[in-house]
Design a protein around this ligand. Sequence first.
Ligand SMILES: Cc1ncc(COP(=O)(O)O)c(C=O)c1O
Length: 442
Amino acid sequence: MTNTDHMVNGFDMATLGSLEPELRSLVSRRAALLGPAYKLFYEHPVQFVRASGVHLYDAEGREYLDAYNNVPSVGHCHPHVVEAVSKQIATLNTHTRYAYEPLLDYAERLLSTFPAAISNVMFTCSGSEAVDLAVRVARFYTRGTGVIVTNNAYHGTTTAAAELSPSLGSGVALGRDVWAIDLPLAKLAVGSDVGHELASSVRSAIADMERHGVTFAAFIADSLLSSDGIFPHPKGFLGPIAKAVRDAGGLYIADEVQPGFARTGEAMWGFERHGVEPDLAVLGKPMGNGMPIAAIVARPELLEEFGAVSRYFNTFGGNSVSIAAANAVLDVINDEGLLENSRLVGEKLRTTVEEIAAEREDIVAVRGVGLYVAADVVSPRDGEPDADLASRIVNQLRERRVLISAVGRAGNTLKIRPPLTFSRDHVAQFGEALDDVVSAIR
Ligand SMILES: Cc1ncc(COP(=O)(O)O)c(C=O)c1O
């Protein structure tokens, strides 16, 4: 087993016996029914029964502060989204094979947030399906097959997306035409400009694949490199990669599933922070605030021949209810100024974590943009990644009813990513809990 074979912050079934009887029976029933591939978060799994805004509630009515979930990014059960979905499901819910104007209204609205050259959108149900489609389009357009990813990337769960996802562990084979580039993690963690170094790795990977008889098609990366460890700085370091990709005749695919829809507080889309104009972008997670809707957006010339010879239909992708949810999400982002909120509250969140880290030697490299903050947990003895300590922090916070998780190649990066409606008061509450937890661990 490599260190990527077990899920970071996953519940270990070997500890089932330590759970209280009711939870133990629920967890073992779940394992019996769903099988071993499904993982639960936390050493002490949590059972939620409802949610509202930035809070989740367990069966006993206890409130948890959500500093982790980015899907309900405009807040759990936001009333405007709930109303839009409820009205729509009581009115009409069909697929995309009928002329339906709200679909077009939403498409126009969504596309207006992208560079003018990107003027087509295709809807899917999940980010994985969108990644799958984007890569299929790129391969068709370039007539190549080779794809470059980062070496702890996660792009999804379909066969094609899993083949692009080294973070899934050694049991999931990378595609034969997939090359993974190493990232200079230590430099990225402190925001050094590694753009040219990364572009050089991409050029070497392209040369290597061509030497193996594989024609280069595309580079794909999450514009925040989330599963690699969350690396937002400096702005622009993805730019030289995009140039290297274009110079080699490939396409740049921006995976915006994590950074998209205002998460970074600086721009609607993560690639904008890097001055990159992608050929294709993949959207998902927060798009429908929990309704299953995702998409690719593309320059139309990329879809022209592809569309002419390959029919595309996705039964649930872009259905009327999902479109109503997605439209309501854009309303809330605009009406509640969530881009600005993410920037301002995110800054406060980052400085709060920085202040706590400044007092200690085991929390380092605090970084973040908007409401996406990360810090590395290391051993004070030798500065090496300490995934166990990170896990203790995550689990102790859970016992304090504050939700975060951990991520990264070594599993030692704290991942703090609350809904975009997080307020300064929530940050204060979060900071107090984190401070208490790490002080008790010291
Ligand atoms: C960067 C990135 N791309 C793609 C996906 C896949 O999205 P989904 O789970 O909706 O299929 C994810 C999901 O975590 C993701 O984080």
